[in-house]
Design a protein around this ligand. Sequence first.
Ligand SMILES: [Ca+2]
Length: 134
Amino acid sequence: MKRLIIFLAGAILVSSCHNDPLRPTDTTRPARIDDLSLDSIRAEYLYFSWTASGDDGEKGKATYYDLRSAADSSTLMNWGGAIQIQGEPVPAIYGSHEIAAIPNSFSFPRYFAVKVSDESTNTSPISNIVSLLQ
Ligand SMILES: [Ca+2]
């Protein structure tokens, strides 16, 4: 009986380990989003849309979006200094039409882009940039 308990404890440990050879580590990042667009500008919200990327390139479902903005495109391209925006949707399956309503509290000009990550924090390249000049 004691041996059985030790065996079970070992099995649980192995099944929760990321290095389990039966479940290889995910190293494939989501594909880049190339169709980010600003569809509608309202007094209170900006409405963005894009086509969902996947967990692995163009397959599956990613884990989270990171939509950011900056007052100039070079800051946005450097990413680290860009402002994170709240309100992105949870990713749907690859190819889905995604919509985000973002509170319109920006000064102009303003540039926007999005990255998408999977559950292993593999992150896509930066998307196309959308500019809002006035
Ligand atoms: Ca992946």
